[in-house]
Every structure is written in structure tokens, then in C-alpha cells.
Design a protein around this ligand. Structure first.
Ligand SMILES: CC(C)(COP(=O)(O)OP(=O)(O)OC[C@H]1O[C@@H](n2cnc3c(N)ncnc32)[C@H](O)[C@@H]1O)[C@@H](O)C(=O)NCCC(=O)NCCS
Ligand SMILES: Nc1ncnc2c1ncn2[C@@H]1O[C@H](COP(=O)(O)OP(=O)(O)OP(=O)(O)O)[C@@H](O)[C@H]1O
Length: 204
């Protein structure tokens, strides 16, 4: 008999709609563990990553408020793969440990939804989830969405997309792909609801 699906990995390129999809899946009953949010928490003033980051990048990476200067880090990490890897080497183990703690706190009845932008790129995450759900859209749509955010140029968005897995690689790693190319929340909700029911009825 198939095991109950209690650990889902949610991924997609920048601006694909992961957070929007995660909010819908939470409404359907999933317990969200958001690795971007964990990374932000770790890099607040006094966060566990602050001193290791200062040691690796110098005080210039820390803002006057004692938190990571995200614009500074974005400019460095996405312009230079060596800097990005140095950042990831500090943050990823801390993110993984915190995600495990949150998963343990959620209890055995929860259906855990891990929102992991770099799931396909990572060597660890695939083994931690039973299903990989990819939120998919073409790069032009990603670009348009990211460029709507304050402070994001086309070049900056392209630099991030260029350092992530390709759309093809992500789709190849997926157990399910939900199309989110249209700015239509109802269509996304419909696709996710159908999938949620399918994954839950498989063992109901
Ligand atoms: C570089 C940082 C400071 C930029 O912060 P910012 O507030 O501008 O962006 P935010 O954190 O909201 O991330 C937005 C998106 O950028 C992309 N992204 C983030 N980190 C990475 C990375 N290391 N490689 C490729 N894409 C990334 C993801 O699509 C993510 O959803 C921040 O993204 C960061 O600390 N990244 C390293 C941690 C990490 O790898 N996070 C991904 C979760 S596993
Ligand atoms: N189906 C949709 N209908 C309308 N707007 C959408 C839809 N999907 C995403 N968007 C919008 O596109 C933008 C990017 O979506 P979202 O923040 O969910 O993406 P993300 O993959 O989590 O991004 P990031 O990788 O930067 O964390 C947001 O402004 C969101 O409101």
C-alpha cells in the first residue's frame, strides 16, 4: 500500500508563484515550512547567521540595524557565484536544521509543505519529501513578475534566473507540474485543489 503523503516539496523559479501557491495549499490544510522565511529570520539582527556572515563577507554586509543588508547581499551573491556559494554554505545548514525542527513541532498528523526555491539544485531536499510539486511558468512571465517588485531591474531578475536550475530541469524533477503562467489566482487554485485531492485520495 502507498504511504500517506505527508511531506511535499514545493518549488519553482523566482517569481513563478510559489508563495501564492503555498497560501492556497495552506487553505487546503497544508502546514507550510517556508525556507525563504527561515532565511530571513536567521538574518535578522541577532539571528544565528549574522556573525558567520560578518566573518565571511565583512561588516559591509550588515546594515545599521544589525540585520543582513539584503540589497548588498543580492548585488554580490547574484553577480558572483563564489559569493553565492559562500552565502549558501552558511545559510543552508541552518535553514535545514530549522526546517527539521519546525517539521517535528508540527506533529504526525500534519501534511508538511516545504517551500524550497532551490529544491532541484539541492543534494538534500529530494530525499526529505515524498512528492515534488513544481509551479511552472515561462521565464518571460517570471521576469515580468519580479520586475514589478520595487528595486528589481530586468538585469537583476535575469541574474537570479541565470543562477537557478532551468525550467526543463525543474520540470524533469517534478512529480506534478502546475501551470501558473496566467495571472489568474482562480486557475491556480483550481489546479492545486485537484492535485491536493488526488494526492490525498490515493490513501484515503
Ligand atoms: C540573497 C538574498 C539576501 C536576497 O534577499 P531578497 O530579500 O532580495 O530575496 P528573497 O530572500 O526574498 O529571495 C527571493 C528569491 O530569490 C531566489 N534566491 C534566493 N536565494 C537564492 C540562491 N542562493 N540561488 C538562487 N536563487 C536564490 C529564490 O527564487 C527566492 O525565492 C537572499 O535571497 C538569501 O539570503 N539567499 C540565500 C539563502 C537561500 O539560498 N535561500 C533559498 C532558500 S533554500
Ligand atoms: N496565479 C496568479 N495570479 C495573479 N498573480 C499571481 C499569480 N501567481 C503569482 N502572482 C503574482 O506574481 C508575483 C510573484 O508571485 P510569488 O511571490 O507567489 O512568487 P514566488 O515564486 O514565491 O517568488 P520568489 O521566488 O521571489 O519568492 C506576486 O506579486 C504574485 O501576487
Amino acid at each position: 500500500m502507498d504511504a500517506a503523503i505527508t511531506r511535499i516539496g514545493l518549488t519553482g523559479g523566482i517569481g513563478s508563484g510559489k508563495s501564492t501557491a503555498a497560501a492556497i495549499l495552506q487553505q487546503l490544510g497544508a502546514t507550510l515550512i517556508d525556507t525563504d522565511a527561515i532565511a530571513r529570520e536567521l538574518t535578522l539582527a541577532g539571528g544565528a547567521a549574522i556573525e558567520p556572515l560578518r566573518a565571511a563577507f565583512g561588516s559591509a554586509c550588515i546594515g545599521a540595524d544589525g540585520a543582513l543588508d539584503r540589497a548588498w547581499m543580492r548585488a554580490h551573491a547574484f553577480a558572483d557565484p563564489t559569493a553565492r556559494r559562500r552565502l549558501e554554505a552558511i545559510l543552508h545548514p541552518l535553514i535545514g536544521a530549522r526546517a527539521n525542527r519546525l517539521a517535528a513541532l508540527a506533529g504526525p498528523q500534519a501534511t508538511l509543505l516545504f517551500d524550497v526555491p532551490l529544491l532541484v539544485e539541492s543534494t538534500h531536499w529530494r530525499g526529505r519529501v515524498q512528492r515534488v510539486l513544481v509551479i511552472d511558468c515561462p521565464p518571460e512571465v517570471q521576469l515580468a513578475r519580479v520586475m514589478r517588485r520595487p528595486g528589481w531591474s530586468r538585469e537583476a531578475a535575469l541574474a537570479v534566473i541565470g543562477q537557478q536550475a532551468t525550467r526543463e530541469r525543474r520540470r524533469a524533477a517534478a512529480d506534478a507540474v502546475v501551470d501558473n503562467r496566467r495571472d489568474d489566482p482562480a486557475a491556480l487554485e483550481q489546479g492545486l485543489t485537484a492535485l491536493w485531492r488526488q494526492w490525498h485520495s490515493a490513501f484515503a
